[in-house]
Design a protein around this ligand. Structure first.
Ligand code: PLP
Length: 401
């Protein structure tokens, strides 16, 4: 297991949301954020940019050696498009990219351009909390297609796209499907077949698709990611795909994301809706993203191995010592989704583990209608933090086992 991620970093006195919401004796495993330093190239690029000392507005424009010549200094658009081609064999032209200070504003803008106020927006249930808030923020009606839960032969929960539930949830005025792939909180990297089913319904019912793919490069084991827009030109035509280096390279505080919108009419509508509300990414987001995408490949492979071994640790320890907690074995993300209902805890599970184990997890009730009784656990931390937290949870369950 890569040792470079095992040093515990002092985070409490660093304006960290993750580490400062709870008291110092509580281990924070609630927000989807890692406790690792990004690639050294990112830190160096940021330091060089600080030393430059001029912090103007950004422009995603590279320099050509001569008209029609090679890139002397590629702009971020070229770097991102080359990455999408290399990772997913997805052909995206640089002018299809719209720059954003985060993914959350990205799916809110998608809701804003979906039909009229009052129209329906469809999501899977459960789903990442801020996605479920997007339609409400933009005066649209949230509707849900529950994922199908199965129990695998080795006792883990497995969540799958349920086409019947999806079709039943599409209403006359459903204008947008907000997809999260890989899926937060269940850790699914949806298969080509599942994505094709979702896409076919959206084409048939003339719905836009906004796909939040922020976790795309957080793949565990041998999992792989398929951007839904890469399925076909017909699907791409109705897609807004949100990509960002912030989860995979652990730079969420830098605030950088991109909406890939290949249909020029849709892109123009989207950019118009951003006017006056959504600023460009700031300079450090731009510099951090550029360095991560250009120089972070070896780092990301090591980070994936680190998260995979943490996933295996959490799954083995909790399945062995706390079988009353039914849990998934994620294919992507650094999140476990834990069903606590069989544990019959005397209070809300989140409060229970904060008060009796000193471990803060995210309350499942924040993940849409299918989240009650669940907790989400972020395992992207050092083993010296993770292991004691898991055993404190197990110990706290003793009166109920
Ligand atoms: C699925 C998903 N989308 C978006 C975000 C946040 O994106 P941003 O910080 O770029 O707005 C998160 C953070 O946890 C996430 O898990």
């Amino acid at each position: 297991m890569p040792k470079r991620f095992e040093n515990i970093l002092p985070r409490r006195d660093s304006d960290s949301l993750k580490w400062n919401v709870y008291d110092a004796d509580v281990t924070p495993m609630w927000i989807a954020e890692a406790d690792v330093r990004p690639p050294q190239a990112v830190i160096d690029a940021l330091a060089a940019r600080v030393a430059h000392g001029v912090f103007g507005y950004t422009a995603a424009i590279g320099h050509l050696s001569a008209p029609g010549g090679s890139w002397e200094y590629p702009g971020i658009a070229e770097v991102i498009c080359a990455r999408l081609k290399r990772l997913y064999d997805w052909d995206v032209a640089p002018d299809a990219l719209v720059y954003l200070p985060g993914v959350v504003p990205g799916f809110n803008v998608a809701c804003k351009i979906a039909g009229q106020p009052g129209d329906a927006v469809l999501m899977h249930a459960p789903c990442y909390g801020p996605i479920t808030k997007g339609p409400i923020n933009q005066s649209r009606r949230p509707t849900y297609a529950p994922l199908r839960r199965e129990i695998s032969f080795d006792g883990y929960t497995h969540f799958a796209h349920d086409q019947d539930a999806f079709d039943a949830a599409v209403e006359k005025d459903t204008r947008l499907f907000l997809l999260c792939n890989p899926h937060n909180p269940t850790g699914r990297a949806f298969s080509r077949t599942e994505l094709q089913q979702m896409a076919a319904s959206c084409v048939q019912n003339d719905m836009l698709i906004c796909s939040d793919e922020i976790h795309a490069e957080l793949l565990l084991g041998d999992a792989f990611h398929i951007p839904i827009a890469s399925l076909s030109a017909e699907v791409a035509d109705r897609c807004i795909t949100l990509v960002s280096p912030s989860k995979a390279f652990n730079i969420p505080g830098l605030g950088f994301a991109v909406a890939v919108i290949q249909n020029p009419t849709l892109r123009a509508r989207y950019m118009e809706a951003m006017q006056g509300l959504v600023p460009s990414p700031q300079i450090f987001g731009y510099v951090g993203a550029m360095a991560a995408y250009q120089h972070g490949d070896e780092w990301i492979a090591a980070a994936q191995a680190f998260y995979t071994s943490n996933r295996d640790l959490v799954c083995t320890v909790l399945r062995t010592h706390a079988p009353q907690l039914l849990m998934n074995r994620p294919e992507a993300t650094f999140l476990n989704w834990i069903d606590c209902r069989q544990a019959q805890l005397p209070t809300n599970p989140k409060e229970y583990f904060v008060n009796h184990a000193g471990v803060a997890l995210a309350d499942g009730s924040g993940f849409g209608p299918a989240g009650d009784g669940y907790l989400r656990l972020t395992f992207a931390t050092q083993r010296a933090i993770l292991e004691p937290a898991l055993y404190a949870m197990i110990e706290s369950l003793r009166p109920y086992s």
